[in-house]
Design a protein around this ligand. Structure first.
Ligand code: FES
Length: 121
């Protein structure tokens, strides 16, 4: 993860004003071989970010843009490929084919209303 995020340390992801609560948005950083897709999540005032890559079959979580949450439980993110459920705050898979595995956490920091990839950590 450290090498993957290295070029993107400090990069802006999204303004806090543009992220609902609950809310989740995919943000693409880089391009080509250096492209990464990060899902930024806000829930109950807490902000988290994860690589948008399911640990089961390495697909992105959402089939439709912006649809990340379980319709019946907004504390859970859903992988639309095979239905895995992940804690929106920890990334831990709590149901589905990758039970016990987790989304890769991306450390973030909020700076003057902008959510950024943390400069370190
Ligand atoms: S790829 Fe996500 S549950 Fe299978």
């Amino acid at each position: 993860m450290a090498m993957l995020l290295g070029p993107f340390r400090g990069s802006a992801l999204i303004a806090t004003a543009d992220l609902a609560d609950p809310g989740a948005e995919s943000v693409i950083l880089g391009s080509g071989m250096d492209r990464i897709d990060i899902v930024v999540v806000r829930l109950g005032g807490e902000i988290r970010a994860f690589l948008n890559e399911c640990p089961h079959a390495l697909t992105t979580l959402e089939t439709f843009d912006g649809r990340f949450f379980d319709a019946d439980d907004p504390s859970l993110l859903v992988c639309s490929t095979h239905g895995a459920r992940f804690s929106a705050l920890t990334g831990l898979c709590v149901a589905g084919p990758c039970l016990g595995r987790a989304l890769a956490a991306v450390p973030v920091a909020v700076d003057d209303g902008i959510i950024r990839v943390a400069a370190d950590g």
